[in-house]
Design a protein around this ligand. Structure first.
Ligand code: PEP
Length: 248
């Protein structure tokens, strides 16, 4: 993971988008347009039914792939859920955990998110743990308390294994809204989280920024000392735009 701290990690989140034919075009575009670089890791996180398509299209390429969610349970009576063991057996390397859309739409609590991160690590997956405050929380001056609580919940459960996780700061007000945090706002939060992990004797983990990242703003975000890459939603559905971000 320390390698990722020396370069940039760019993770695409397709969300609930795609279809066999469109995915084939998108994946082919990403493969054709990307050359391996030692200072970059590029990942796409796709809906469960398309994991096989991503695996086949990205085999023997420098592009990694992953899922958008995982169960906190290992196995059993959890209809509709997918375990970390299943994802690992399938060949997944990354999995998003605690995306704000899941926290909001599926009621995922900090404890549930932490359980998912633990389940992912138990099977050797790299959880990309998403945290971030809402606009109301930012306006109320609560961003520090919110992201601290969200990160603490996961780090306390993961312990030293946090070193094999990735953090993604995604202010909820910037996701899919076209309103990006300024590079300074992103840096301020990332520096806070870095200091938080350091003071707890925790490891240095890669910290991604997510929220309306585009080719036009990626360079300025990546220039910040504590921004180690990006989690990219909408723009990851356009191969040229996604790769322009990855190369920024
Ligand atoms: C996301 O889905 O994680 C995200 C950051 O979305 P967008 O880039 O569309 O804001």
């Amino acid at each position: 993971m320390s390698d990722l701290l020396r370069g940039k990690l760019v993770v695409g989140n397709w969300k609930m988008n795609g279809g066999g034919a469109a995915n084939a075009v998108l994946l082919a575009g990403v493969v054709a347009g990307w050359q391996a670089r030692a200072d970059r890791e590029v990942v796409v996180c796709v809906p469960f039914p398309y994991l096989a398509q991503a695996r086949d299209a990205l085999a023997a390429t420098p592009i990694a792939w992953g899922a958008q969610d995982v169960s906190g349970h290992a196995a059993g009576a959890h209809t509709g859920q997918v375990s970390a063991g299943m994802l690992a057996e399938f060949g997944c390397r990354y999995v998003l955990v605690g995306h704000s859309e899941r926290r909001q739409e599926c009621g995922e609590t900090d404890a549930v998110v932490a359980a998912k991160a633990v389940a992912a690590r138990r099977e050797g997956l790299i959880p990309v743990v998403c945290v971030g405050e809402t606009l109301a929380e930012r306006d109320a001056g609560q961003w520090q308390a919110v992201v601290t609580r969200q990160v603490d919940a996961v780090v306390q459960r993961l312990g030293a294994d946090s070193a094999r996780a990735v953090l993604a700061y995604e202010p909820v007000w910037a996701i899919g809204t076209g309103r990006t945090a300024t590079p300074q706002q992103a840096q301020e939060v990332h520096a806070h989280l870095r200091a938080l992990l350091c003071s707890a004797g925790g490891p240095e983990v890669p910290m991604l920024y997510g929220g309306s990242v585009k080719a036009a703003n990626a360079g300025a975000l990546f220039a910040q000392a504590d921004v180690d890459g990006a989690l990219v939603g909408g723009a990851s559905l356009d191969a040229a735009e996604f790769l322009a971000i990855a190369g920024a």
